[in-house]
Design a protein around this ligand. Structure first.
Ligand SMILES: Nc1ncnc2c1ncn2[C@@H]1O[C@H](COP(=O)(O)OP(=O)(O)OP(=O)(O)O)[C@@H](O)[C@H]1O
Length: 269
């Protein structure tokens, strides 16, 4: 479970002082997929980056499985970060490394010293996203969707408990969006990884989220479960909530498997 308690993030000082995240509290159940939606500048990315302290909050606490990450020293924070994977809108792959080498590098940074083990685990992670045949390909030879799948594999390889996704489908076309979301949904169901997805795309929320938080001007102004949208009489307060309810939504999702399975074990199954 991720518990965000009264988190604020302020940039700048004096006249240029700007509150990007304003006293946000949010509970994200373990093994769930949390969508965070809002218009540009609402503070979504900043809040997401607060969770792994890529952006340290100005005030408030963030607890991941009961551990207050805002109180950790640098060494403990580095160790905790290995349990929190992240993927980005523009994939952030190293272009001079193959798909497998990109994944291996993240394993190296996470402290896996044995090169053969790094290679084995990288290939396993690439297999999860059906990219075994692209292990030796450089990013320039991959489509946007394939690059994002490599990024998912890179995040998965260290067996994180949490996967943070910052606009994971904004740079790919609609068909590829569906495929990337399917892989995210699959790894959630298969490994019980808690996923937090920041997006401004309604269809992403509808396709993947269990719970939704709507952000405006740095605040979470509305929260609901996606299934709430199907309840008679449910009346969202925000325009985004009303838009989400206005369309029929598909809740067909892979059956959930118990949380906490290891990537290797589950992979061989
Ligand atoms: N490092 C920074 N320094 C100053 N201001 C920042 C910084 N990072 C973000 N901001 C500002 O904080 C506000 C929230 O930004 P953030 O990227 O979190 O919003 P967002 O909802 O993710 O928007 P988008 O969808 O456009 O990425 C914006 O006004 C942005 O300009």
């Amino acid at each position: 479970m991720i518990r965000i308690e009264n988190v604020s993030t302020v940039f700048g000082t004096g006249d240029s002082r700007f509150t990007a995240v304003d006293d946000v509290s949010l509970e994200i159940p373990r093994g769930s997929i949390q969508g965070i939606i809002g218009f540009s500048g609402a503070g979504k990315s900043t809040l997401l980056r607060n969770i792994n302290l890529l952006e340290r909050p100005t005030s408030g606490r963030i607890l991941v499985d009961g551990v207050d990450v805002t109180a950790l020293d640098d060494a403990a924070l580095r160790a905790t970060r290995h349990g929190i994977g992240m993927i980005f809108q523009h994939f952030n792959l190293l272009n001079n490394r193959t798909a497998a080498q990109n994944v291996e590098l993240s394993l190296k940074f996470s402290g896996v010293k044995n090169a053969a083990e790094r290679r084995r685990r990288a290939l396993e992670a690439l297999a999860v996203v059906d990219l075994s045949d692209k292990a030796g390909a450089y990013p320039a030879k991959l489509s946007g969707g394939q690059k994002q799948r490599v990024a998912i594999a890179r995040a998965l390889a260290t067996e994180p408990k949490v996967l943070l996704c910052d606009e994971p489908t904004s740079a790919v076309d609609p068909r590829t969006t569906a495929s990337v979301l399917q892989y995210l949904s699959d790894v959630n169901a298969r490994f019980g990884i808690t996923i937090v997805v920041v997006t401004h795309e309604m269809n992403v929320i509808k396709a993947i989220a269990d719970n939704v938080a709507v952000m405006e001007d740095g605040r979470v102004v509305e929260q609901f479960a996606l299934t709430d949208l199907q309840q008679p009489g449910f009346s969202p307060a925000t325009s985004i909530g009303r838009y989400l309810i206005s369309d029929e939504i598909s809740l067909d999702r892979a059956d959930r498997k118990p949380a906490g399975r290891r990537l290797e074990g589950a992979h061989r199954a």
